[in-house]
Design a protein around this ligand. Structure first.
Ligand code: CA
Length: 690
């Protein structure tokens, strides 16, 4: 009896101690992060399910959800990443990877770390996104990436830098926007850049304690004359033709990386070709391994284990960079350790992780480049003409993808996957491009095929949240959403799915039926996925509010919601049951007011030259057809490009460098003049439409 009391007291003491103690976020914990109090990894668990076992907020009471606290973040622009929550502290990366730790009880900022990305980047700002998809947490360290190519480990307690490593050759046009992943005392990261350079993709694993390189895997083979790095490269080289290495080949791993503890393997989702156009890249055809594939690598050595290629010989930017979810499912009556993957190309794949065997692949959206995937061969049955054999083709999906990087989530209770989808056509035209003479760009955009130089109309795309049954490969429910950029999803044991919308409304749905149960206007466009965790027994849902990302270059399509550059607030908001705080104020949607100085005479020839330069150089931030989607100022209303002197001071002189506007020292007055004529022409065209 006495012993029993003592044991009970000891247990109580140990329980109290456990509560106060720090959570050790290591491999077993990341694989199964316990009761839901923390969101310790990018996809919560290392299997990237984005499922929380918390059910305090559920279908019965979610209507009572309200603002717990809101932290406005002046100076932030793109807040698109997934925060982490560990022991009551929220960690997140913002614009240019500025990193903050915030007390989840109060919303108070505990520390900030600024990697000074703009200063490090220099001319690399030309190809950089300001976006970052989030940090990793591992054994007390917070690990972040910067778009200029660094991997940085911080002390999670105080934000002090422990080490930093440059992961790319700064002379090359690579960049990082992805979240690093951690496993077995290593941290792994890839990079992007296939549209900006003769890019050759790779991933690198580093020692998490020192930043020292452990291993590197190249996605595509280099020049055979230089010798292959490993046997996988030798095998891959047999699937390429011509002198692909001169164009890099591509395959950059800029997002989807999942550590699979059960097989001690890292699954990487590989990028598209560099350039997109296969006629240039590999003129005799071929599958071009390992583009657009899931590749399994041994986690300790980085050695190739198996691969499955979703788009052999890709020529449409259909990369497989989307997230890779690990799930135990029953397929054909058999329990399978599966991976679930819905890449840009519009097919939903179920693959056996033990050996890479394709079990099933079905269309989850509008797809016209292929009829189906032949399960016998594992290969898509392509539609004739889709490869713009004749010089042009209209195909679905667009290069933005039927599903982009915005994370999907998997709820093991409903057995459903919640996918943010986009239905948009791609217009591909390579007329007038000589595949032999074409040269890779260097810090500008050129995918080797014309992808449109005009504004994109607001109705050019449809967006939907779909609930997908992976076992039966069918849609269970669908919710039409405002176009175009469709944020990431999160699902819970409360039988809920949470997702933001492009129009600034945050919504909770019944996970089984898709019924809309709660919504709130957060005052700005949403791009990020939400998370959930609990503090002092209270479940919170957190969302970063900040419009941003690559699809904002689609002009009116992205700009239609009126999330104007620097006008609308950026904030981190947490919600809880009976949260009573009002939403902080936000200005109404705002739209550019193009100006038309009457003394400016537009010369069509100059404007045409300006258009070509704009499309390779300015478009990614200032938007198609000079219509800003919100990433950068709308040049149609800016007085700066109405005066050569003022325009030159910004573009050549770098007067707006601190805002992220790169410096183009080499541009001549004649080139600037061309840009000015094109900008004025577009401003007048939009005024004429009003
Ligand atoms: Ca791409």
């Amino acid at each position: 009896m006495k012993f029993g009391i003592l044991l009970g007291a000891a247990l109580l003491a140990s329980a109290a101690f456990t509560q106060a103690a720090e959570t050790v976020v290591d491999d077993p914990y990341l694989r199964n992060p316990g009761d839901g109090s923390n969101w310790p990894g990018h996809g919560r668990d290392s299997g990237e399910q984005r499922y929380s076992p918390l059910a305090q907020i559920n279908t019965d009471n979610v209507a009572r959800l309200g603002v717990n606290w809101a932290l406005d973040l002046p100076g932030e622009r793109a807040l698109i990443g997934t925060p982490l929550a560990v022991d009551g502290v929220i960690y997140f990366t913002g614009t240019y990877s500025r990193t903050r730790a915030v007390d989840a009880r109060s919303g108070k900022v505990l520390w900030e770390y600024d990697p000074k990305t703009i200063e490090h980047a220099g001319d690399r700002l030309r190809i950089m996104w300001e976006t970052n998809r989030g940090p990793a947490y591992y054994k007390g360290k917070l690990i972040i990436t910067t778009v200029d190519g660094r991997l940085i480990a911080l002390d999670a307690k105080n934000g002090k830098m422990l080490w930093e490593t440059m992961t790319i050759d700064p002379r090359r046009a690579y960049y990082i926007t992805g979240a690093p992943k951690v496993f077995r005392d290593k941290v792994i990261i890839g990079n992007g850049g296939t549209e900006h350079e003769a890019a050759r993709g790779y991933v690198t694993a580093y020692d998490v304690n020192t930043g020292k390189q452990a291993w590197r895997f190249y996605v595509v083979p280099g020049n055979p004359a230089d010798g292959f790095e490993d046997k996988a490269q030798e095998m891959a080289a047999k699937t390429w033709t011509g002198e692909w290495w001169k164009h890099g080949g591509g395959g950059n791993v800029w997002n989807g990386i999942t550590y699979d503890a059960e097989f001690n393997q890292v699954l990487i989702g590989t990028g598209n070709g560099s350039p997109w156009n296969q006629k240039i890249r590999s003129p005799g055809g071929g599958d071009n391994l390992f583009l657009c594939s899931i590749v399994a690598l041994d986690a300790d050595s980085g050695e190739y284990k198996w691969h499955y290629q979703t788009t052999p010989g890709e020529t449409w930017d259909y990369n497989s960079s989307m997230d890779i979810i690990l799930a135990d499912i029953k397929y054909g009556g058999q329990p399978i350790k599966a991976l679930l993957h819905a890449p840009k190309n519009g097919f939903f794949y179920i693959i056996n992780r033990a050996n890479g065997e394709l079990l099933s692949a079905e269309k989850f959206g509008k797809v016209t480049w292929a009829e189906k995937v032949d399960l016998k061969t594992g290969r898509p049955v392509e539609v004739k003409g889709a490869r713009y054999e004749s010089g042009e083709a209209l195909v679905w999906p667009s290069p933005i993808g039927a599903h982009s990087w915005h994370p999907m989530s998997y709820n093991p209770n409903t057995g459903l996957v919640y996918i943010p989808t986009i239905e948009m056509a791609g217009v591909f035209n390579d007329k007038g491009i000589d595949p032999v003479k074409w040269q890779s760009p260097h810090f500008s955009i050129d995918p080797g095929v014309h992808f449109g130089t005009d504004d994109v109309p607001g109705n050019w795309s449809k967006a939907a949240l779909i609930a997908w049954d992976p076992v039966n490969q069918k849609k269970v429910w669908e919710k039409t959403l405002p176009p175009n950029w469709n944020p990431g999803t999160m699902t819970t044991a409360g039988n809920l799915v949470f997702e933001g919308r492009a129009d600034g409304v945050f919504v909770a749905y019944n996970a089984t039926t898709g019924d809309e149960l709660w919504k709130i206007n957060v005052g700005s466009g949403i791009t990020a996925a939400p998370i959930t965790y609990s503090v002092d027994g209270k479940q919170q849902v957190a969302l970063m509010v900040g419009w941003g990302g690559a699809a904002l270059l689609t002009g009116t399509l992205a700009g239609q919601h009126g999330w104007k550059y620097k006008v609308h607030p950026r904030r981190l908001i947490t919600f809880s049951l009976d949260g009573k705080l009002p939403m902080p104020p936000s200005p109404p949607p705002a739209f550019a007011q193009p100006i038309d100085p009457p003394t400016f005479k537009v010369d069509d020839q100059l404007a045409a030259a300006g258009q070509a330069l704009y499309t390779s150089t300015c478009v990614q931030c200032h938007g198609s057809g000079v219509v800003s989607g919100g990433t950068a100022p709308d040049l149609r209303e800016s007085p700066i490009p109405t005066s050569l002197e003022a325009f030159k001071s910004v573009v050549v002189g770098g007067a707006r460098l601190a805002n992220g506007m790169p410096q183009y020292r080499e541009l001549s007055d004649a080139q600037l003049d061309g840009l000015m004529h094109y900008i004025r022409k577009q401003a007048r065209a939009s005024l004429a439409k009003k």
